[in-house]
Design a protein around this ligand. Structure first.
Ligand code: TRP
Length: 333
């Protein structure tokens, strides 16, 4: 079976943009691939952060991933596998400094979220993609399911692997490929000119664990027409509602309402009710699972420690081989 790896930053909440855009894919891939998924707390330190919150968010992200269907045995916490950082160091020496300074994400973040109020930008922000390369190559992943915005990081990962392979004179690392799956782009229902996101404020995202009344309210007040849509065309807001409806699995309702739209007979209230019902089907399931997890926290945490420890063995094996190849001293104490 081909190997898949992906990682996600511990950002406390999970909304439908994250779910439909990435996490649902993680869940589905588990059927056909040998998958490992990491919650990357070392990465979360590269921008200004709060240590207490980081630890909370890391567990919260684990609980959320489990609640939506990621299997415990496929999940790890990055900092429980310190070999990621060790391989990251080694890769720093196989990565071009100039290439790092030219990364789009570094350029963006070093002037926005990666910069603290006093102007501090950490060297970790520059090295972020090197650690990401270690996450991927340490498991010799064939495929990495990520969005288009990560293509540059995958390219850099392959460059590191190639440089390493060339120096040691063998094809040690597999060159990983991006696994693009058709994922719907979910927009903010309050402002369909923006992506659904937590940072834009409470009305711009819907949590996958949202309560019924909040979902109904947010969908009811969804923007359907900003008044600038030409006759016969579909506005971004309505299009977004159709996207969500389809993504939530309500294909029949979606098709029927689309026919209404085509016949100029669509009532927004019907579309909105269908969307709210669709999301509710998912949140009901997720909330039930999440309560189970929360009531059994201690046990769940132990499961994740155990799975991280199991996955760590693969990482240790790679680091041992890499140290041998790279000329480092390798003694088992
Ligand atoms: N950079 C990724 C993101 O922001 C997160 C990430 C870290 C990642 N390490 C990874 C993704 C390894 C895929 C593989 O979404």
């Amino acid at each position: 079976m081909k190997k898949v790896l992906s990682c996600i930053q511990p950002t406390g909440n999970m909304h439908f943009g994250n779910y439909f855009g990435a996490v649902k894919n993680y869940v589905d891939l588990q059927k056909d691939y040998n998958c490992v998924y990491g919650v990357v707390d070392y990465h979360a330190m590269t921008a200004p952060y709060n240590p207490v919150k980081l630890r909370q968010n890391t567990w919260e992200m684990i609980f959320n991933l489990l609640a939506v269907g990621v299997k415990a045995e496929n999940l790890f916490i990055q900092s429980l596998i310190p070999e990621h950082a060790e391989l990251g160091w080694i890769f720093n020496c196989y990565c071009s400094y100039g290439q790092l300074t030219r990364m789009t994400q570094f350029k963006d973040k070093s002037s926005t979220t990666g910069k603290s109020d006093d102007g501090f930008i950490s060297a970790g922000l520059l090295g972020y993609p090197v650690l990401q390369a270690a996450d991927i190559l340490i498991y010799k992943a064939d495929f990495v399911p990520v969005g288009k915005d990560q293509e540059q990081h995958l390219e850099l990962t392959r460059n590191i692997a190639e440089r390493f392979n060339k120096q040691v004179g063998k094809d040690y690392f597999v060159l990983p490929e991006t696994l693009y799956t058709e994922t719907p782009k979910v927009l903010s229902t309050a402002d369909p000119s923006k992506k659904m996101s937590k940072s834009a404020g409470d009305k711009h995202y819907i949590s996958v664990f949202e309560k019924e009344e909040v979902i109904r309210k947010k969908i009811k007040s969804a923007v359907t027409d900003a008044g600038d849509t030409p006759e016969g065309e579909m506005s971004a807001g309505v299009n977004n509602l159709f996207t969500i409806l389809k993504a939530s699995g309500k294909i029949e309702a979606h098709n029927a309402l689309m026919e209404d739209f085509n016949n100029n007979a669509l009532k927004y209230v019907d579309l909105k009710n269908a969307v709210a019902d669709g999301l509710m089907t998912l949140t009901d399931k997720f909330n039930a699972k999440k309560s189970e997890i929360i009531s059994d926290k201690k046990n769940i945490k132990n499961q994740i420690k155990a799975s991280s420890n199991e996955i760590r063995k693969r990482a240790q094996e790679t680091v041992k081989e890499v140290k041998d190849l790279a000329g480092l001293i390798n003694i088992k104490f």
